[in-house]
Write a protein that binds this ligand. Structure first.
Ligand code: NOJ
Ligand code: NOJ
Length: 493
């Protein structure tokens, strides 16, 4: 049965394609969960020698060697595991997930105290900026882009989410007052020894300082890093209040307020989009903008630069435009193309999206114009589009502003939109916007589908010319980003 009432959307071809995608997503999601867990100890069969609680970026040990635990990849993956656990606390993998979360909680505390090339715990927490560790939890001492200041913020966010979800699903152990469990996570004591508080101290004292970006290449102040730091401080202030750590709550909130005032610096009015790194010499268009919006804000909140904000949507459009023309694979006919299909999403139709226009990393080394589309970035475009549809339905209206106009007019080419006008639920503009956002999101997931191999494995990248997977195999983050896009899709379908 056709679910679309908009003229032209109900062709049999369209329906068939939609259900092909639905079926594939259903299978791929199951396989992605298992592949993700395979890279996490305890229990992960691809990481038998990893210390319990470690998340390995990829099982690939050579060409490239990603057999390490990165603080960023681990924290992002753990947040996904918590969401999966929360979605289905009685599911088949729930037991393994709880074990992982408990072990991640413990190893996070251990790792914070390992002396490393970024510094140490004792020296003003400087060691917390270290980006990656060996799989046994010891320091990696080779050359690297360090420090990276997003790690402690992401880890604090994942541990705060863990506390919240664990508390909701295990209210008894909580109220029976097993104090040590949460004291290890958060305790007002200073100097901070509890894991979350140490990370929050690090973030609140170091967010003004430069560091390497999430891609580990450029030093500076970065949108992704700032967004996750800001969210950590906001959430940290709430948690500190809960623990009657009022001085800390006030301090974290004051830093969050200052950061909120600083964030508009990332908006470049002349370019008409956000910039990932301030004063970098790059265009600033970057998948890190999408990831910052995703990981640095709360679902359906009015947080600055949320996925559905005008600034993020126009940046997404500009990035997609760039990547569409940059990679030959994006203009090659795809297996899912259907000549009779008359839903034209034009500039918002799915393409493979990589990290940023100037990227030269081909998954194994660097060479001129070496960049390729990445699975995690392509999935993140889909997630942003789904979350924008979700937000519209939540708000029941769409306000078109000057800043957002470039995005909305590309999404809705058959309407003459008026700046300053609010389109309410039930109007053709509103309803079509929600529908077309979902279709656009699906078209990016279709690109993921077209480049996934027959086993359902996701590597880091897919080749810009021939479309085949390349770079680190079974990249944990590729699975997580896909799973999160599908979770967002489910909320709107
Ligand atoms: C490995 C890093 O993780 C990656 O982000 C970078 O692009 C390459 N090395 C090349 O420097
Ligand atoms: C390279 C990516 O640029 C970086 O973000 C990631 O942390 C590492 N690979 C590990 O996946």
């Amino acid at each position: 049965m056709c679910r679309h009432y908009i003229a032209g959307l109900c062709t049999p071809d369209h329906e068939r394609r939609r259900s092909d995608l639905d079926l594939w997503i259903e299978e791929e999601e199951k396989s992605a969960v298992l592949s993700l867990l395979a890279n996490v100890a305890p229990g992960g069969h691809k990481v038998p020698d990893a210390a319990p609680g470690s998340v390995i970026a990829s099982p690939s040990k050579v060409h490239p060697n990603y057999y390490y635990q990165w603080v960023r990849d681990a924290a992002i993956t753990v947040a996904t595991i918590i969401h999966l656990y929360d979605d289905d606390p009685a599911g088949d993998e729930a037991g393994q997930m709880l074990e992982i979360l408990d072990a991640y909680n413990k190893i996070s505390h251990t790792i914070q105290h390992v002396d490393n090339p970024s510094g140490s715990f004792e020296d003003k927490l400087s060691g917390l900026g270290e980006p990656k560790f060996h799989v046994d939890g010891t320091a990696f001492t080779g050359n690297w882009g360090r420090p990276q200041r997003d790690g402690p913020a992401l880890r604090a966010l994942s541990l705060m989410l863990y506390m919240k979800v664990y508390n909701e699903t295990h209210p008894i152990s909580w109220s029976e007052g097993d104090g040590s469990w949460f004291d290890d996570l958060y305790d007002p004591d200073m100097p901070a020894n509890s894991t979350i508080k140490a990370d929050l101290e690090y973030v609140s004292h170091h967010w003004r300082e430069s560091g390497f970006d999430l891609w580990e290449e450029v030093q500076g102040l970065h949108f992704f890093t700032a967004m996750v730091q800001l969210k950590a401080l906001r959430e940290g202030a709430k948690l500190a209040t809960l623990f009657e750590d009022h001085g800390a709550a006030k301090w974290y909130q004051a830093q969050a307020d200052e950061m909120t005032d600083f964030m508009p610096t990332f908006w470049n009015q002349d370019k008409g989009h956000l910039e990932e790194t301030l004063n970098s010499g790059r265009s600033g268009l970057d998948c890190g903008l999408l990831l910052g919006a995703i990981h640095g804000t709360t679902v359906n909140s009015s947080d600055i630069f949320a996925p559905y904000s005008d600034e993020v949507l126009v940046s997404l459009l500009a990035l997609v435009r760039d990547q569409r023309d940059r990679f030959p694979i994006n203009s090659a006919p795809s297996p899912s193309d259907d000549e009779d299909d008359n839903v034209d999403l034009a500039e918002l139709s799915g393409v493979g999206v990589g990290r940023y226009p100037e990227d030269v990393y081909d998954g194994y080394g660097t060479k001129p114009a070496g960049g390729n589309p990445w699975f995690l970035c392509t999935s993140s475009v889909a997630e942003i589009l789904f979350r924008t549809a979700e937000q519209l339905s939540f708000r029941r209206s769409l306000l078109v502003t000057d800043r957002g106009l470039p995005f909305w007019s590309v999404l809705l080419p058959s309407h003459k939109l008026r700046v300053g006008k609010t389109y309410d639920v039930g109007s053709s503009v509103f309803d079509e916007a929600v529908e077309r956002l979902k279709l656009a999101g699906d078209s990016f997931l279709t690109v993921v589908k077209d480049h996934t191999d027959a086993e359902g494995s996701l590597s880091e990248q897919f080749d810009r010319v021939n479309g085949f997977e390349r770079g680190a195999t079974d990249l944990t983050w590729s699975y997580g980003a896909f799973i999160q896009a599908v979770r967002a899709r489910r909320r709107v379908m």
